[in-house]
Design a binder for this molecule. Structure first.
Ligand code: ZN
Length: 217
């Protein structure tokens, strides 16, 4: 989910194809290919790329994460770094090419300390009330915002980054961010929740931009 600035300011990310992304190699392969300098490589590595619509990878549901090991911790750190640099207030694993069910978010305001939250295998177990998410945006849907109907309060169950069971009661912005990111983990974008007409206008704009880009190459 995007923060104050809509367009991602990230440099181009790591190379990778669809099968790399499925196995998480896109995130895990150091630039030099040398596993010994893994952490050192990461320190100087450009941030991972955030996939954007119409990348089909964004439309697939993630699978539950089973083993929470050191590699997973590093990937979570990369997700957090990517989110903060974007800048955004939430990011789902599928957005960085990882198809296991992990999300990170931080809804602390700019003058507060960072307050990173990690949720693994989250699911909404109850929801109540309606709220309009005002001008919602997404790092994977650049240059577009829309009002989205969301639940006002939700209860989410999942695991923390250590694998301990976690229950999160959320309302307002907190609830909106969690719904947005859990949608990502289920292969849904916020534009799937707006009117068909608005969605079509956005898709048309993206197709036109892609055509113009191709013509310019
Ligand atoms: Zn998003």
């Amino acid at each position: 989910m995007s923060g104050d600035r809509l367009r991602s300011m990230l440099p181009e990310g790591l190379p990778g194809n669809e099968s790399d992304r499925k196995t998480g190699l896109l995130l895990m392969t150091p630039l030099t290919g040398d596993p010994i300098c893994f952490d050192a490589c990461y320190a100087n590595m450009p941030n991972v790329k955030i996939l954007t619509y119409p990348d089909k990878f964004l439309l697939q549901p993630t699978a539950p994460l089973e083993n929470i090991d050191g590699q997973v911790q590093r990937m979570i750190d990369e997700m957090a770094k990517t989110m903060y640099l974007a800048p955004g207030i939430g990011l789902a694993s599928i957005q960085v090419g990882w198809d296991r069910s992990v999300l990170v978010y931080d809804i602390a305001s700019r003058d507060e300390r960072r307050d990173l939250h990690v949720l693994i295998n989250p699911r909404i177990v109850s929801s109540e009330g309606d709220i309009i998410s005002d001008n919602e945006g997404c790092l994977s849907v650049p240059d577009f915002r829309a009002d989205v109907k969301r639940s006002e309060r939700i209860l989410v169950e999942g695991l923390d980054r250590e694998g301990r069971p976690l229950r999160v009661e959320a309302e307002g912005l907190h609830a909106i961010v969690l719904q947005h990111e859990i949608d990502h983990l289920n292969g849904r974008l916020f534009i799937d929740r707006i009117s068909a007409l608005k969605r079509e206008l956005y898709k048309r704009r993206v197709r036109k931009a892609i055509r113009e880009n191709e013509a310019a190459v």
